[in-house]
Design a protein around this ligand. Structure first.
Ligand SMILES: C[S@@+](CC[C@H](N)C(=O)[O-])C[C@H]1O[C@@H](n2cnc3c(N)ncnc32)[C@H](O)[C@@H]1O
Length: 401
C-alpha cells in the first residue's frame, strides 16, 4: 500500500494536542511526527487518511503532500504542478479550486500564482485524459493547495473538503461560536475525558455555553462518537477511494460508540443567559446525537448553581469585548464588575471545581482576583488567547477535583 506525506493544519497553539491525538489514532510515536506551529506532519497510507478524517477533532483538514521543492517565479509553479500525476487522483469530470497560502513569498500576485498552478493541472489532464477539469471556486469537488515560503513550494491535495470543524450538527449558532476544532483542543488541554482514574464520571459545565459547542464536543468524546460520523469528505470523490473500506471503517467507529445509559444523569451541562442560545444548543445536541448525555438551561452565570454535587470542570469562553458583552444581572456594568462577581460566585458555590477560561484578556486573573495555575496559548481565529486554569478552593481550603 503506498505511503504518503500527510499534513494536518490546525489553529495556532493546538499542534501539541493534535500531535497527541494523531499519535493515538495512528499508533505512531509522537517523536515520529513533525509537530510545527501550524500543524502536524506524518507518513501514512490511505487508510490513515480515512481514519484521520473520520476521527480527528483538532485538525482543520487532512492534506496529502504531492510535491515539495524550491521555486523562484511563477513559471516554476507551472513546472512543479505539471510534474504531479493528478490523473491518478481525479478525473477531468471533477471541478477544482487552487488555494494559495504564503509566508513571505516574493511573488507579487498570489492570484496569478494560483492561476499558473491551475493552468498546469488543466494542461496535464488535457494531455493525459483528453479533457480538462472546470474551476468551481464556491463548491469544488477537489481542492488543491499551493503553499509558498520565501523560496519553497508545497503542492497538496485536500482529502477533507469542507474544513473538519464542520461536523454537520451545528446549524444553529450565535454571534461568536467557537470552532469545534478549537473547542476540542480546549477540552484536550484540560485533560477531561468524562471519567476519573476510577471510572467515576467527572461533570463538565459551561455557564456561558452559547450554541453549546464545548458541551456537545465533550459529550461526543465521552460517548466515543467520531466527529466525522455525520458528514461527507472530499476523498469520496477521489480515484483512490474504496467505498467498501470506508464503509467498514465507519461501521467500526459506530460499533465503538457508547450509548448514554437510559436514566443516567447527564455528564455535560451548559447554560446561557440568552434563552435563544439555550434553544440552539439543545437542537444542536439532538442533531449531534448526544441529547441524553447533556443538559442545557437558561440562567445567568452569576447565579447558576453547580449542576452536580460532585465537583468537576468549568470550561468556558466568556463574553469579552464590544461584540459580546456580558448580559444578565451585571449587564452593562463593565468587565471588571462582571468578573469580580463571577469570581465571588465561584468561590462561594464552586469550591473543589477547576475552572478553565479561554480569553484574550491578559487582565483576567486580576479582574477575577484569582491566580492562574496554568496558561495555554491558543488562537481563536486571529485572536491570541490564553486558556487559563483556576483551582477553586473548596470551603475546607482544598481544591479537590
Ligand atoms: C463568546 S460566547 C460563547 C460561545 C460558545 N462557546 C459557542 O461556541 O457558541 C459568550 C456567551 O456568553 C453569554 N452570556 C453573556 N452574559 C452572560 C451571563 N451573565 N451569564 C451567562 N451567559 C452569558 C452570551 O449570551 C454568549 O452566548
Amino acid at each position: 500500500m503506498p505511503v504518503f506525506d500527510l499534513f494536518l493544519p490546525c489553529a495556532g497553539g493546538s499542534a501539541p494536542f493534535l500531535a497527541d491525538e494523531v499519535a493515538r489514532l495512528t499508533g505512531q510515536a509522537t517523536d515520529a511526527l513533525h509537530v510545527g506551529r501550524t500543524g502536524v506532519g506524518l507518513r501514512g497510507d490511505w487508510e490513515t487518511v480515512l481514519r484521520l478524517n473520520l476521527h480527528s477533532r483538532i485538525a482543520q483538514r487532512v492534506l496529502v503532500r504531492l510535491w515539495e521543492g524550491p521555486y523562484r517565479h511563477e513559471d516554476d509553479l507551472y513546472a512543479a504542478a505539471s510534474d504531479v500525476p493528478w490523473e491518478a487522483w481525479f478525473t477531468p469530470a471533477r471541478t477544482i479550486k487552487v488555494e494559495v497560502t504564503a509566508q513571505r513569498s516574493p511573488l507579487r500576485s498570489l492570484n496569478f500564482a494560483a492561476l499558473r498552478v491551475k493552468d498546469a493541472v488543466c494542461d496535464r489532464l488535457r494531455a493525459r485524459c483528453g479533457a480538462r477539469p472546470s474551476v468551481d471556486t464556491a463548491h469544488p469537488d477537489v481542492r488543491l493547495y499551493a503553499h509558498l515560503t520565501t523560496d519553497r513550494l508545497t503542492l497538496s491535495l485536500d482529502t477533507s473538503g469542507e474544513p473538519l470543524f464542520k461536523r454537520g450538527w451545528r446549524t444553529d449558532k450565535g454571534d461568536a461560536p467557537l470552532k469545534e476544532t478549537l473547542a476540542a483542543a480546549m477540552i484536550a488541554a484540560t485533560g477531561w475525558t468524562g471519567a476519573d482514574a476510577n471510572g467515576e464520571p467527572v461533570p463538565l459545565f459551561d455557564p456561558c455555553c452559547g450554541s453549546g459547542t464545548l458541551v456537545i464536543e465533550a459529550a461526543q468524546i465521552a460517548l466515543r462518537q467520531a466527529p466525522g460520523r455525520q458528514r461527507r469528505f472530499a476523498f469520496e470523490r477521489l480515484l483512490p477511494h474504496d467505498a467498501a473500506r470506508w464503509a467498514a471503517l465507519r461501521e467500526q467507529a459506530r460499533a465503538h460508540e457508547r450509548p448514554w445509559p437510559a436514566g443516567h444523569p447527564p455528564l455535560a451541562y451548559g447554560s446561557d443567559v440568552a434563552f435563544r442560545m439555550v434553544d440552539f444548543a439543545r437542537r444542536n445536541a439532538e442533531r449531534a446525537g448526544v441529547g441524553a448525555a447533556v443538559e442545557f438551561r437558561g440562567g445567568d452565570a452569576l447565579q447558576r448553581l453547580p449542576p452536580t454535587a460532585r465537583p468537576g470542570v468549568l470550561l468556558l469562553n466568556p463574553p469579552y469585548g464590544e461584540r459580546i458583552e456580558a448580559a444578565g444581572v451585571a449587564g452593562g456594568l463593565g468587565a471588571d464588575v462582571f468578573y469580580e462577581r463571577l469570581a465571588a460566585h465561584w468561590k462561594t458555590h464552586f469550591g473543589g471545581w477547576t475552572a478553565w477560561v479561554l480569553t484574550p484578556d491578559r487582565d483576567l486573573p486580576r479582574r477575577l482576583r484569582l491566580q492562574a495555575s496554568r496558561r495555554v496559548p491558543l488562537f481563536n481565529g486571529p485572536i491570541e488567547c490564553r486558556l487559563l486554569r483556576f483551582e477553586l478552593q473548596s470551603r475546607n481550603g482544598n481544591s479537590d477535583s
